[in-house]
Design a protein around this ligand. Structure first.
Ligand SMILES: [Zn+2]
Ligand SMILES: [Zn+2]
Length: 162
C-alpha cells in the first residue's frame, strides 16, 4: 500500500519575497480524525495556500482549507454531509537551516478548529421529541395532541370575529 503524500514545502525553490502557491488535496488518512464521532472526513483536505519567505528565515503560509465531512446531527441524530472550511489559515514558521518544511500537522490543526463540536443538520432542525423520541423533522408526534405544550395550542383560543 502506498503511503499518502504529506504536505511539504520545498524551501530550496523559494526566494525571499517571492510567493509559492500550493494547491491540492491531502489524503484523509493523514488527518487522523477518527476520534471525532459526530464529524468524519468524507474526502481529503483541500488546501489552497500561498507561501512567502520573509526576512529572518520566516516562512509565512496563508490561505484556505476545506474538508467534506459526513456528520451526525446533534439534535435529531440524522446523517448529513457538509463541507467545513477555514478561510483564514495563517501561520508563520522559522525555517532557518531547513530544506523542507512539513505542513501536514499544522493544516490538520487548522481544519480541526473549523469543525463544529455540535453539528446541526440544518438551522431549523426540530430535533427529537423529548417524550417519545420521534424525529420531529418527519412530522409531529402523538405527544403534541391534547398536550398543553403543543405549539398549536394557542391557535385554539382564537375566536373568529363576529
Ligand atoms: Zn437534525
Ligand atoms: Zn412525542
Amino acid at each position: 500500500m502506498e503511503t499518502p503524500a504529506r504536505l511539504i514545502v520545498d524551501l530550496g525553490r523559494l526566494d525571499e519575497g517571492r510567493h509559492e502557491h500550493l494547491k491540492g488535496v491531502l489524503a484523509r488518512e493523514l488527518l487522523e480524525l477518527e476520534d471525532l464521532a459526530q464529524v468524519r472526513p468524507a474526502g481529503g483536505l483541500e488546501y489552497d495556500l500561498a507561501c512567502e519567505l520573509l526576512p529572518e528565515n520566516e516562512l509565512l503560509v496563508r490561505g484556505t482549507l476545506s474538508l467534506p465531512c459526513a456528520c451526525i446531527c446533534g439534535r435529531c441524530g440524522g446523517d448529513f454531509e457538509a463541507v467545513f472550511a477555514e478561510q483564514d489559515y495563517c501561520e508563520a514558521f522559522n525555517v532557518a537551516g531547513l530544506e523542507r518544511l512539513d505542513l501536514t500537522e499544522s493544516v490538520r490543526e487548522g481544519i480541526i478548529l473549523a469543525l463544529p463540536s455540535y453539528p446541526i443538520c440544518k438551522e431549523a432542525c426540530l430535533g427529537l421529541c423529548p417524550h417519545c423520541g420521534k424525529n420531529l423533522n418527519e412530522g409531529p408526534c402523538a405527544c403534541a395532541e391534547g398536550g398543553g405544550a403543543s405549539p398549536f395550542a394557542a391557535l385554539d383560543q382564537f375566536e373568529p370575529l363576529a
